[in-house]
Design a binder for this molecule. Structure first.
Ligand code: ADP
Ligand code: ZN
Length: 732
């Protein structure tokens, strides 16, 4: 028994949650010196030692003599009660084992390892006996960033010199070399530096957010405004307020929007760069961020969705920028929506949430309507920029030869831009050269061997690629079905093919295709985007990548090659996605002083979604979309869960699915209905067949509890996997 709450004396029984896939915490004895609730520990599990967290008092009720002691208490800040509660609630909400949640919260290498030292370099008092250009560059950097220390490589790289130059300066006393702990706190941010002078509308929004942060209580606010209206400027004021009250802030961005541009902006506002957390961060830096967040040595984290699971000491604000972005929904492993989890975490910890978007999700609108979220709107773009003129190009009236996708009307508009030295964007949300490769002799279409999907030709990679599983193969000479040579033809457009067409139509223009798979690394891609924004292309051809977060000041025309593309899916969010994407893409035009124009090529200009986009009538679109979903009883007006069963053997999953549908007692008790089993829209991925059941319930029904009870009834053998997706965002 503990002498103080949450403290366990040596030998006391404690329950430890590990990161291993077990269904519950295990009991251990507190080690010599005792341990605290929340402590990170290493415990024996069979022959191994594994990471765990002291979750509470032991359960007991078995042969106590056999309980093994905790090996060691790790030298990191214990997990706070708030984070433990968050992980538990998130596990319940997503029907995920708690151990998987703990894995999300401990994604940093060597968490428990003792703090190691490394050599760092700073300006010394001496001057070199002889000054060279290289030496001067090194010393300039040290003088520019006074007080900062560098590693040898950082300093040499920044100065563009070899490490020998730095070493030489150390010998002369011009540079100090010293040992320093590896995990250093991040530089302090100064919330009192002046921000920009806000417009009256921005000032009102900023003041509201500021007051929310200062209240120290939970609330969620939607911050809506067209691209360029100053949402970032406004939420940085909320960050400033949060730093001023001594709490930590988190800004979540879709991965692709995590640019140097954004970090520079934070630095300009607060005098130093924030901590970063995303897939591009090195392992050692991850460890530093994880530890410093827990110790309070990082005040602001800018990151991708998993940054929500860091062990903040006192999180006071979470901003979810581009909150409608589909990348916030994790579609692998633990299926969670970062937007919903941000709200949950904030509610537990008394923090504020800001959901910023030019095109908020219908979920967020519904919560605003229901009075659960506050709403702030910025109506105008900052400065002279205005929303672009939007027009449809009715493809039924255009003279377009087959195999061509740029209509004469669009061509004329692009030419006008080239003449004026302005940029055009041709948008097509399809990677690769052509979506279909067909044999002109037998009609066979080349598919993936492992998936129910067609292979997409990527001419740049010189391969066919499956966009489901990533499998690639060379483009064959002969048809794999009939064996006839030289008859395989590319059908339909991808961005690479658009690049060819544009190069042929506009021979004097510089054409650039921007697609994630055409660059070796995310960094290379981002650098290219910056160069293009600075004018290094006349025509940009891009996928939805370009719809996100970057400024192209000289871009005045957006041509949407196929505005109908997103409307064809059976997805319940198809209309919403198309509306958001089109508006965002259109928002790329005319961000600086020049007015922009957006032209949408479509075969159905009278389609309600296309009409709403053209009219720019957001409120009407949302109202219509909400009415349809309400009538159908689907999210956000009803609840849904997708259950996907997969296995190499199709019969096995149909049998199990059928049994699940029949034994639906626990679901029927809450008034929920089960649909299926049916083949999933993609009926095979990576050689596994897929069957789907869909559960629908009323908004207020206790869906998770009923689902757990329902699923507990079933046992299965063999290689069957079951995944549950609460509030599915996409259906595949
Ligand atoms: P959003 O996040 O809504 O796209 P931003 O905050 O990025 O908008 O603002 C768009 C551009 O306008 C940025 O370059 C920003 O610095 C500038 N801007 C916004 N508000 C102001 C202001 N009040 N004063 C000066 N510049 C501003
Ligand atoms: Zn495949």
């Amino acid at each position: 028994m503990g002498v103080e709450p949450g403290w366990f004396e040596e030998g006391a029984l404690v329950s430890v949650l590990t990161t291993q896939p077990l269904d519950r915490p295990l009991d251990y004895r507190a080690p010599e010196g005792g341990c605290r609730e929340g402590a990170f520990v290493e415990v024996p599990l069979g022959p191994r030692r594994v990471l765990g967290v002291v979750w509470g008092p032991g359960a007991g009720g078995y042969d106590i003599a056999k309980v093994r002691p905790v090996n060691a208490v790790l030298d990191v800040a214990p997990m706070r009660a708030e984070l433990r509660a968050f992980l538990s609630r998130a596990a319940e909400y997503t029907l995920t084992p708690l151990s998987a949640m703990l894995r999300l919260a401990t994604r940093a290498p060597g968490l428990g390892a003792a703090q190691t030292m490394r050599k760092v370099y700073a300006r010394g008092i001496g001057d070199p006996s002889r000054m060279t250009d290289a030496r001067a560059r090194v010393l300039d950097i040290l003088d520019e960033e006074e007080g900062r220390v560098f590693t040898l490589k950082e300093l040499a790289d920044l100065a563009g010199v070899g490490t020998g130059v730095v070493k030489g300066l150390v010998e002369q006393g011009a540079i100090d070399e010293r040992e320093s702990p590896r995990d250093l706190p991040f530089p302090r941010l100064d919330p009192d530096l002046p921000g920009m002078e806000l417009t009256p509308e921005q000032a009102v929004a900023a003041e509201t957010l500021r007051a929310g942060v200062e209240s120290g209580r939970y609330a969620t606010t939607m911050l809506r405004g067209v691209t360029g209206s100053g949402k970032t400027e406004v939420y940085l004021e909320a960050v400033a307020a949060c730093l001023s009250v001594g709490r930590q802030a988190l800004v979540l961005l879709p991965e692709i929007a995590l640019t140097a541009e954004f970090l520079t902006r934070v630095e300009a506002r607060f005098g130093a760069k924030p901590a970063e957390w995303h897939s591009g961060v090195t392992q050692t830096e991850r460890r530093r961020v994880w530890r410093m967040v827990g110790e309070g040595g990082a005040e602001l984290v800018v990151g991708a969705r998993s940054a929500l699971f860091l062990p903040y000491r006192d999180l006071g604000l979470v901003v979810v920028d581009e909150e409608h972005d589909t990348s916030y929904k994790q579609e692998d492993g633990v299926l969670y929506s970062a937007r919903d989890m941000a709200v949950l975490r904030a509610a537990i910890g008394g923090a504020q949430v800001v959901l910023a978007s030019a095109t908020p999700s219908l979920e967020t609108w519904a919560n605003v309507d229901a009075g659960k979220y506050g709403a702030l709107t910025l109506t105008s773009r900052f400065g002279p920029a205005v929303m672009p003129q939007m027009r449809a190009i009715d493809l039924r009236g255009e003279d377009l030869p087959s195999g061509r996708w740029i209509s004469p009307t669009l061509k004329t508009a692009v030419e006008a831009r080239i003449e004026r030295g302005e940029q055009s964007l041709l948008f097509l949300n399809r990677r690769g050269y052509a979506p279909v490769t067909i044999c002109r002799a037998c009609g066979h279409q080349i598919g993936c061997d492992h998936c129910d999907a067609r292979m997409v030709e990527h001419r740049f990679l010189k391969r066919l690629v499956c966009h489901q599983c990533g499998e690639t193969k060379p483009v064959p000479e002969a048809c794999p079905s009939c064996g006839v040579e030289g008859k395989l033809a590319a059908v339909g457009p991808g961005v690479e093919r658009m690049g060819e067409e544009a190069a042929a139509l506009f021979p004097d223009a510089k054409v650039e295709v921007l697609s994630s798979d055409m660059y070796g690394s995310a960094r290379a891609l981002k650098e290219r985007i910056v160069a293009i924004a600075e004018g290094d292309a006349d025509i940009v051809i891009g996928t939805q990548l370009v719809a996100k977060g970057h400024n192209f000041p000289n871009l005045t025309l957006v041509g949407v090659i196929d505005a109908d593309l997103g409307l064809q899916g059976s997805d319940l969010r198809a209309a919403e996605r198309t509306f958001q994407l089109m508006r965002q893409v259109a928002g790329r035009a005319g961000r600086a002083e020049r007015a922009g124009e957006a032209l949408l090529q479509t075969f159905q200009p009278e389609h309600p979604v296309i009409r709403a986009i053209l009219a720019g009538d957001e409120d009407r679109f949302w109202a219509a979309e909400a009415a349809e979903r309400r009538a159908a009883g689907v999210p956000p007006y009803g609840r849904m869960a997708g259950i996907v069963l997969s296995a190499p053997d199709m019969q096995a999953i149909f049998d199990l699915g059928g049994e699940m549908a029949r034994r639906d007692g626990p679901l029927r008790q809450i008034g929920a209905q089960v649909f299926g089993p049916a083949p999933a829209p993609i009926a095979r991925i990576r050689g596994r067949h897929r069957v789907r059941l869909l559960v629908k319930a009323d908004k207020a029904a206790p869906l998770q509890a009923a689902l757990s009870e329902w699923l507990r009834q079933f046992r299965w053998k063999g290689d069957i996997r079951l995944s549950v997706d609460i509030d599915p965002q996409s259906f595949y």
